[in-house]
Write a new protein. Structure first.
Length: 410
């Protein structure tokens, strides 16, 4: 789904306001009642958007099965504020030479807002626009002289004007910052040294990446995406909080290095946090070899922003590596502005006989000295006279005073 920004309020559920205690919410013809979140204010008894849901009584669907909750994608979260749905992808394209059109079509068809690319094999460092009219993408990339590596980040047309910074560090690391609403999202596209290269090169890569990440603002929402050429394995095995325990295969030395780096940088490996079939975890497949080498990492504090991470299957333009799609929901709360205090005249004091008498006397004395003029000037003069006298006689309201605590504190 393309990114959308909508205002959301408290949610309710269709046609469940009259469900009795111990009763059953049924759909058409007694079939499945799909709980659909709508823009209505629920009762105090609502739970997860289901107002007045019976205690202990199930919501039944077709065939008596449990009703599946369907969240209104325009407004999936309760409370006042805004949410922006994003799709962030990452893929090792093997090469972008003579393939940019196919990659653009893939990214557009998958509805991605951003896509990190590895092994582009472009030379130089600049930006290119690819795609067709109405489906354009801008690719910021960092290549190399030999044209054997290279990284890039594709940005959908609607976000191009929101890009605020691009940093190209090496042919294996680049960074892009983009403004989403009031939040800055920082995307880092990475391509770790592949098998066969020296251990020192791999250590240097993580040392360079660590410096880059330490330079990212703590307020930015950080996403590290790419081909890290590592196997973190299926189990946590000492990396609780980093590895979600839902990975694939066995761990190798590079996987251990990646996990240690993520732990040191307070990152989580998102691929391992969502339950998937084994076939849906594999990101690389060649000559019968199936494994996971592509990952998406975020800060631990931002893990809840990601609602799903999946691997796209059967894409002809990328026969070996597979596209990873990360669904992100950016939430922004609306802060109500406190109205500025406006002082008003205490006109209700005129009901007091003494105050009313003083008001009349002052108005009469001023009126007697007034010089006659046009109707408009006399009206303005009388209005100003009555307002000023009322403020003088009645006084004006004041803002809420400070509460003086014992000892002279406030």
């Amino acid at each position: 789904m393309n990114s959308t920004t909508k205002k959301f309020v408290l949610n309710g559920v269709n046609d469940t306001s009259q469900v009795s205690l111990g009763g059953v919410a049924l759909g058409r013809g007694g079939r499945k009642a799909t709980r659909t979140v709508i823009l209505q204010k629920p009762s105090k008894d609502s739970v997860k958007g289901a107002p007045q849901q019976n205690q202990g009584g199930p919501s039944l669907g077709r065939g008596g099965d449990k009703a599946s909750p369907v969240v209104n994608k325009r407004n999936p979260y309760g409370g006042g504020g805004y949410c922006t749905n994003l799709k962030i992808g990452t893929v090792n394209v093997t090469t972008m030479k003579n393939r940019s059109g196919e990659v653009a079509e893939l990214v557009d068809r998958r509805g991605l807002d951003f896509c990190c690319l590895q092994e582009t094999k472009w030379t130089g460092e600049t930006a290119r626009t690819i795609g067709s009219e109405g489906k354009l993408f801008k690719v910021y990339y960092k290549g190399c002289k030999k044209g054997t590596a290279g990284v890039g980040i594709m940005v959908a047309e609607r976000w191009i004007n929101k890009v605020i910074e691009v940093k190209r560090f090496t042919e294996r690391i680049m960074l892009l910052r983009v403004l989403i609403g009031k939040t800055v999202v920082c995307l880092v596209s990475v391509y770790a040294p592949q098998a066969g290269l020296s251990y020192e090169e791999k250590e240097d890569f993580y040392a360079s990446l660590g410096k880059v990440l330490l330079g990212v603002e703590t307020s930015d929402k950080l996403f590290v995406c790419g081909d890290l050429n590592a196997h973190v394995g299926a189990l946590k095995d000492g990396f609780e909080g980093v590895h979600g325990g839902k990975g694939y295969g066995s761990r190798n030395e590079e996987g251990e290095m990646l996990l240690e780096f993520a732990d040191a940088m307070q990152l989580v490996i998102l691929n391992t946090w969502f339950q998937k079939d084994k076939s849906r975890l594999v990101t690389f497949e060649s000559a019968g070899n199936r494994t996971v080498v592509d990952y998406v990492l975020v800060r631990k504090c931002d893990r809840t922003l990601v609602t799903n991470v999946k691997v796209a299957q059967n894409e002809e333009c990328i026969p070996q590596h597979k596209l990873i799609v990360c669904n992100v929901v950016m939430r922004e709360s609306l802060k109500k502005k406190k109205a500025a205090f406006v002082s008003k005249c205490k006109v209700w004091k005129l009901r007091d006989a003494d105050v009313g008498k003083r008001f009349q006397e002052k108005v009469k004395s001023i009126a007697a000295a007034r010089i006659k003029g046009t109707v408009e000037s006399e009206w303005n003069s009388m209005k100003d006279c009555m307002l000023s006298v009322a403020e003088e006689v009645c006084g004006k309201t004041k803002g809420r005073g400070r509460i003086v605590r014992p000892g002279g504190g406030t």
